[in-house]
Ligand binder design. Structure first.
Ligand SMILES: NC(=O)c1ccc[n+]([C@@H]2O[C@H](COP(=O)([O-])OP(=O)(O)OC[C@H]3O[C@@H](n4cnc5c(N)ncnc54)[C@H](O)[C@@H]3O)[C@@H](O)[C@H]2O)c1
Length: 358
């Protein structure tokens, strides 16, 4: 929306083009090709699923961190097997996507043998939309828990200062013929990325999302970014955020208790931690029975009696999956300012600009 309240026109980009473009920009910044492919896939998946706040628009801020010397572009994470069913990944301050991808891959391999695989990831970075990690597990037929901590943005219940992150809690389970269950939610009324997106697009935000620096409700994204996000459900959202810090920060050996660096702060590495679990769904019954039960649950959820004014009930993750199907065909919508910022990154490293759909 511009100052007159008009929504900025959207320009569509094919997801394959977005993938190639992001890979090229990453490689131009020193990221090895195989790592660039993983990172680009995760970012484009966020855009495909409609989680535009955590898609390829994050590239300029990530590239800035590489230039500032606080994000390691050239190395890869390393893996340490702790017990047969537990592993640890050292992110080595590379992209969070790489540490989480390596961690979930190992968790899946362990779960295939032992029924469960648990991986702690330390010295990592922002991994964007948690749902891509859940999807990685679902693609391998696994249930999963996907936790991360993040930089301070929320007060704890009763507090005034930013202390906990707006750290998403995510989990999932495959189904049979129906859609899988994919929960991926930030413990705030809204994800902070939605405020950055509103600021980038010159839009206002709902006044119950955040407080400004003086502790007043605000609809101005810039003022909100100076203040604090509000947790969902008061003490319950605050508790979930502390839970993400216990499992992802305290346990892993990464930063915690308000010490994860904000992705827009160039002074030091972020030191994010993640906690990943893969669970084989046929531990207590046949896989067929499990899938039948998931399908039954899906049908009960979406088929239940609706409250007044509701046209359709969705399973968690279903809206995003439908958006993905649509955007795979129609392309991903961006505004010109977002495309310009991405092209600036392409120009910096001398790779081709983003091709838009006509
Ligand atoms: N890596 C980080 O540090 C970080 C921090 C904050 C947020 N994020 C990401 O931001 C994204 C957005 O988070 P959010 O909390 O704003 O998500 P959201 O509020 O859009 O969705 C939260 C959950 O509710 C479900 N849902 C939404 N509407 C529904 C409906 N009508 N019926 C049934 N289910 C519905 C979604 O499928 C999702 O599982 C997430 O992908 C999250 O991982 C990442």
């Amino acid at each position: 929306m511009d100052d007159s309240g008009v929504q900025a026109p959207k320009i569509n980009v094919h997801s394959t083009e977005a993938q190639h473009f992001v890979e090229a920009v990453l490689k131009g910044n020193g990221v090895p090709p195989e790592n660039a492919a993983v990172i680009a896939r995760c970012l484009v998946q966020a855009d495909l699923r409609g989680v535009d706040t955590h898609g390829i628009n994050r590239i300029p801020s990530y590239m800035a961190r590489i230039r500032q010397g606080v994000l390691n572009a050239i190395d890869s994470p390393t893996l340490n097997q702790i017990t047969p069913a537990v592993a640890q990944v050292d992110g080595n301050n590379t992209f969070g996507f790489l540490g989480a991808h390596m961690g979930m891959q190992r968790a899946i391999e362990m779960a295939q043998i032992y029924g469960i695989g648990m991986v702690s990831v330390k010295h990592s970075n922002h991994f964007g939309m948690s749902a891509w990690v859940v999807q990685q597990a679902i693609d391998a037929g696994m249930m999963s828990l996907v936790f991360t901590n993040s930089s301070p943005a929320l007060p704890v219940w009763g507090g005034k200062e930013k202390l906990m992150g707006v750290s998403p809690i995510a989990c999932g389970a495959p189904a049979g013929k129906e859609k899988p269950f994919i929960l991926d939610m930030a413990p705030s009324v809204a994800a902070r990325g939605k405020i950055y997106k509103a600021k980038r697009r010159g839009e206002k935000i709902p006044s119950d999302w955040a407080l400004d620096a003086e502790g007043r409700q605000t609809d101005d994204p810039s003022a909100a970014l100076e203040g604090v996000m509000l947790p969902m459900g008061g003490p319950k959202g605050s508790a979930l955020s502390i839970m993400m810090d216990v499992f992802s920060g305290v346990l892993s050996g990464s930063a915690f208790a308000g010490h994860v660096t904000n992705p827009y702060d160039p002074s030091k590495p972020a030191d994010v931690g993640h906690f990943l679990v893969a669970i084989k769904p046929d531990l207590f019954m046949s896989l067929e029975d499990f899938k039948d039960r998931m399908d039954f649950l899906y049908k009960r959820v979406v088929g239940c009696e609706k409250m007044a004014g509701v046209e359709r009930i969705y399973m968690p993750g279903e809206i995003e999956q439908e958006t993905e199907q649509r955007r795979l065909k129609e392309g991903i919508p961006y505004v010109q300012a977002e495309i310009d910022a991405l092209n600036e990154e392409a120009d910096r490293v001398g790779v081709g600009r983003l091709e838009v759909m006509q």
